[in-house]
Design a protein around this ligand. Structure first.
Ligand code: SAM
Length: 241
């Protein structure tokens, strides 16, 4: 929910008419008071789900923003924790909140890392990547993980077709398509371009073995399926001759 500490409607409109990078620079100071910041409830639930999959050594939060996922990494990683984002403003807030983390300004589509990380996570940012860009993103994360490393992220179940949330997200994406047809620079942010079956396929194309773990603390839907799954993509170990 938006709060009085969050951005005004005008500030959000200016952000939405900018590029993604500049838009987040403008929003950075108020970002944690918006619903775009991943909720502590989801972060805690993901931490609980990741714990039994460890132990993990060094961790990377891809598109870290103000650092929501860095707390998860600090909870489950014994080694160094790094956040990467292309918004200087967001990285500044992350630096304030997580002084012990390494914070790197880079495009997630061209990550500057050797294959050293044991665990990579990402929260709330996949809507910024259209399907072709998702392929590049997954390839870049794969290249940043050591053999045997894990890329994990939560994927909430889609809202039932026809529900209120379904139409809100449908309306948001439609408005975004119109905005991007008539305005430059584009602001890529879509809610309905990140579906489980496609995502699984793209992760496999990037070289990952993929499994799904229910995020049990977030509960189940009426049909018994989990409200949220943790996608666990593992980079295979190198074969020994
Ligand atoms: C909605 S925010 C999510 C921030 C944080 N992960 C969270 O869950 O609260 C999306 C973040 O992705 C970053 N981002 C989007 N596209 C990016 C790209 N191509 N490279 C690096 N960062 C990117 C933005 O700068 C922004 O900080």
């Amino acid at each position: 929910m938006f709060t009085p500490q969050g951005p005004s409607l005008r500030e959000l409109a200016v952000q939405g008419l900018s590029s993604v990078e500049h838009g987040y620079d403008l929003l950075a100071d108020a970002f944690d008071a918006t619903p775009f910041r991943t909720s502590d409830r989801l972060l805690t639930a993901v931490t609980r789900t990741l714990e039994p999959l460890g132990p993990f050594d060094s961790g990377l939060d891809v598109c870290c923003g103000t650092g929501a996922g860095l707390g998860v990494l600090r909870a489950v990683c014994a080694g160094r924790v790094t956040g990467v984002d292309f918004s200087t403003g967001m990285l500044g807030r992350a630096r304030d909140a997580h002084p012990g983390a390494d914070l790197v300004r880079a495009d997630a589509l061209a990550l500057p890392f050797a294959p050293v990380f044991d665990l990579a996570v990402s929260f709330g940012a996949f809507g910024h990547f259209l399907p072709d860009a998702q392929r590049t993103l997954f390839g870049q994360v794969h290249a940043s993980l050591r053999p045997g490393g894990t890329f994990a992220f939560p994927l909430p179940a889609p809202p039932p077709v026809g529900s209120r949330l379904y139409w809100i997200l449908w309306g948001f994406d439609a408005a975004m398509r119109v905005r991007n047809a008539v305005w430059r620079p584009p602001f890529v942010m879509y809610y309905r371009t990140f579906r489980l079956a496609d995502v699984r396929g793209r992760l496999r194309e990037a070289g990952f073995d993929v499994s799904l773990t229910p995020v049990e603390t977030l509960g189940r839907r009426e049909d018994g399926s989990p409200r949220c799954r943790l996608v666990v993509a593992r980079k295979p170990q190198e074969r020994t001759a």
